[in-house]
Ligand binder design. Sequence first.
Ligand code: NAP
Length: 312
Amino acid sequence: MAAHSHAGRVKVALVGIGKIALDQHVPALAASPDFVLAATISRKGAVPGVAAFTDFARFLDERPDVPVVSLCLPPVPRYEYAAAALKAGRHVMLEKPPGATLAEVHALEAMAKERGLTLFATWHSRMAHAVAPAKAWLAGKHINRAHITWREDVRKWHPGQDWVFEPGGMGVFDPGINALSILTEILPQPVHLTSARLVFPENRQTPIAAELTFSGHVTADFDWRQEGPQTWDIEIETTEGRLALRMGGNVLEIDGKPHAGENTIMGEYPALYARMADLLGTGASDVDLSPMVHVADAMTLGRRETTAAFHF
Ligand code: NAP
């Protein structure tokens, strides 16, 4: 790492200056002890004071001094950028979900391995404040049943982003996969999908709501039509008490009483970049596709229903 450092911090380029780049990546990098934002690559966005490129090939050509590329694009265009970055010898961070298909992420993983580069398929919700304490509390316990309620307003979180309803955009699984990334992290034993109900707006390619059933009495209710209060809860009943993760994994209750966590999502992206620094330090990659396997299974096995057209 030292070879790449600038004033002790590793240079990072952000690609796709949209909602998540501006909401989370830029502030997380500004406060990072490990990284400095050295360039952006965007068709129309920029960050004041940071070198702005519009063409990714040109950036790779002109800036060999930037060893890390963090991709904040939607999943469908991401593979081409990730593959080009790895071919150019850069370490890569992928926003979630890590790709449009499982196979393309396997291909990226192989490319990174061949070249001795770090590939980090991030799951920001796994970094939520109460996820590690929840995992520790569940370790060794028997789970009787678990239920996920992930109900939010797509107009608030994806204003005008038609890509979420295009093939590969995943629809309600775009937030739902965050819940699945927590579930797959904290459960002592893995589960598998056994049935699903998917609700598609008549004018769209991806579901706006889904109900999932897994082995082990685990169920999930995802809905993108919730106005007013938003709900991101995982409730788990064990033989030794009840656990509830609220606020997208940031707050933990045990038997209805506060136990751990902090009611803010703002710790997630700083923790992702700290993890990336660790991976670079050890030369490792972190690519866990288990949350996306559940989504692919739901799309494979799910029963489809049609509902009213959706317009932003
Ligand atoms: P977004 O604002 O719609 O898109 C991000 C940027 O990607 C756009 O500003 C655009 O960058 C670039 N882009 C879009 N389509 C492209 C294409 N076809 N080819 C090349 N570049 C393209 O989306 P977002 O909400 O930031 O989401 C991006 C990723 O972050 C998604 O995978 C999402 O799941 C994840 N994420 C989003 C949120 C959230 O709250 N929205 C939260 C956590 C994670 P330029 O215009 O700069 O070229």
